[in-house]
Design a protein around this ligand. Structure first.
Ligand SMILES: Cc1cc2nc3c(=O)[nH]c(=O)nc-3n(C[C@H](O)[C@H](O)[C@H](O)COP(=O)(O)OP(=O)(O)OC[C@H]3O[C@@H](n4cnc5c(N)ncnc54)[C@H](O)[C@@H]3O)c2cc1C
Length: 387
């Protein structure tokens, strides 16, 4: 058995942010990830302004430096929102959306944690955890104990499985995302494609799924098209049928032959108290994803950072890490998730009732305020300006 100050299960954005904060402060950290890096993670890779702010604070990089490093592969200062083929809103953005390939982005973040001094062991999954004593055992039979454990092992977290919280509510609001990557080489010369597929800015779509949405996001080397949403216990085939309808709308042939991949997405099922014994859960492992757009990279980085700071305060000042983490979440994260869910439920209700005009009025009339909302300068709570 080997001891560390903090053990982190999962080296995605949440785990890498927590590890960078802790190791950078001189604390001994072990990150365990089941995958060998670089590894893929199903994602559309869109970064908002608030995500870039967190990247700057945790890793010291700006959008410009991340572009120069090749981590950001595309930026777009326009957007469009459609309901089926009707345009609801669109135009110029005052701050661009940035796009990352997760294979590159996640490897970069984890490398930063390693450079800060974290020990990183990849290719060995956490198979069992005792959250009361911050002890984990891996699939290869190694056992590690920390003073604290951070569960940052994603939507299907093994650490969370040992917290006894996968309740019917958790399962009911677990969404699903499906994506198809369209390589630019594959798109070249194809006819019959919808104009959105070749646009160099992102478009999102309502109308193809009841409680969710579709997207077409441009990256340098490919276009990512996909769907996410709640499936309310319906067979996975039904969300696949919605995706097929969307792909046909985009002019993609039925026999496109490209892989369709799926990954669970927490979609409104965040844990209101994600601490258990000596363990804190962060990112997808705690369901901390904004439940309107399904934005999770920012929330993973930010809650990983918060969990890391809470453990640091516990080690340095003897404060209760669960209380410190909870206070941060209640101040900054939970209000946004709660109000995002209210807004989502309201808009989806209008859409399901066929009342598109109020939605168009909200999206079209929102202008800069809506952009500020998405980027994190305004709150989902009545569009109030945030600090
Ligand atoms: C289809 C889709 C599209 C999305 N698009 C966007 C988007 O455009 N923008 C956005 O902001 N968010 C998006 N998201 C959400 C975003 O991908 C997640 O919220 C984010 O990846 C969460 O980060 P994380 O670090 O919590 O978890 P993850 O990124 O899932 O990382 C978890 C890590 O834990 C490791 N792990 C898992 N199990 C174990 C184990 N037992 N032992 C050790 N390691 C383990 C995994 O290998 C992985 O490296 C999307 C999600 C989906 C499904």
């Amino acid at each position: 058995m080997t001891g560390y100050d903090v053990i982190i299960a999962g080296g995605g954005p949440a785990g890498a942010a927590a590890a960078t904060v802790l190791a950078g402060a001189g604390v001994s950290v072990l990150v365990l990830d089941k995958a060998e890096f670089p590894r893929d993670k199903l994602c559309a890779g869109l970064l908002t302004w608030k995500t870039v702010q967190t990247l700057t604070r945790v890793f010291g990089e700006t959008a410009a430096s991340l572009q120069a490093l090749g981590v950001i592969n595309h930026a777009s200062d326009r957007y469009r929102i459609r309901h089926l083929h009707h345009e609801l809103s669109g135009g110029k953005l005052f701050y661009p959306f940035h796009f990352v390939e997760r294979r590159v982005f996640d490897a970069f973040c984890l490398e930063r944690a390693r450079a800060a001094g974290a020990e990183v062991r990849t290719g060995d999954a956490v198979a069992w955890a005792d959250v009361a004593t911050a002890t984990v055992r891996t699939a290869q039979g190694r056992e590690f104990t920390g003073r604290h454990l951070i569960g940052a092992d994603g939507a299907m977290s093994r650490v969370r499985a040992h917290c006894g919280v996968d309740t019917p509510r958790w399962r009911a609001e677990m969404g699903m995302g499906l994506e198809v990557y369209l390589p630019r080489s594959w798109l070249a010369g194809r006819t019959g494609l919808h104009e959105d597929v070749t646009a160099d800015f992102p478009t999102i779509y309502s109308g193809f799924i009841d409680a969710g949405y579709c997207w077409s996001f441009p990256h340098r080397d490919r276009v990512i098209v996909g769907i996410c949403g709640l499936y309310h216990g319906k067979p996975a085939r039904m969300i696949r049928d919605c995706l097929d309808e969307f792909l046909a709308f985009l002019g993609l042939p039925k026999d496109h032959g490209l892989p369709v991949r799926a990954h669970p997405l927490p979609y409104g099922n965040w844990l209101s108290r994600p601490s258990f014994g000596r363990t804190l859960l962060a990112g997808d492992a705690a369901g901390l994803v904004e439940p309107f757009f399904g934005e999770g990279i920012h929330y993973a980085l930010r809650t990983g950072e918060m969990a890391g700071r809470a453990c640091l305060a516990a080690i340095r000042q003897g404060v209760d890490p669960a209380a410190a983490y909870q206070a941060d979440l209640e101040r900054e994260i939970f209000p946004e998730l709660t109000w995002a869910k209210h807004l989502r439920n309201l808009l989806y209700w209008f859409m399901r009732s066929g009342m598109i005009l109020p939605v168009r009025a909200f999206l079209g009339g929102g202008g800069t305020k809506l952009q500020e909302l998405v980027h994190g300068m305004r709150s989902f709570r009545l569009l109030r300006k945030l600090r």
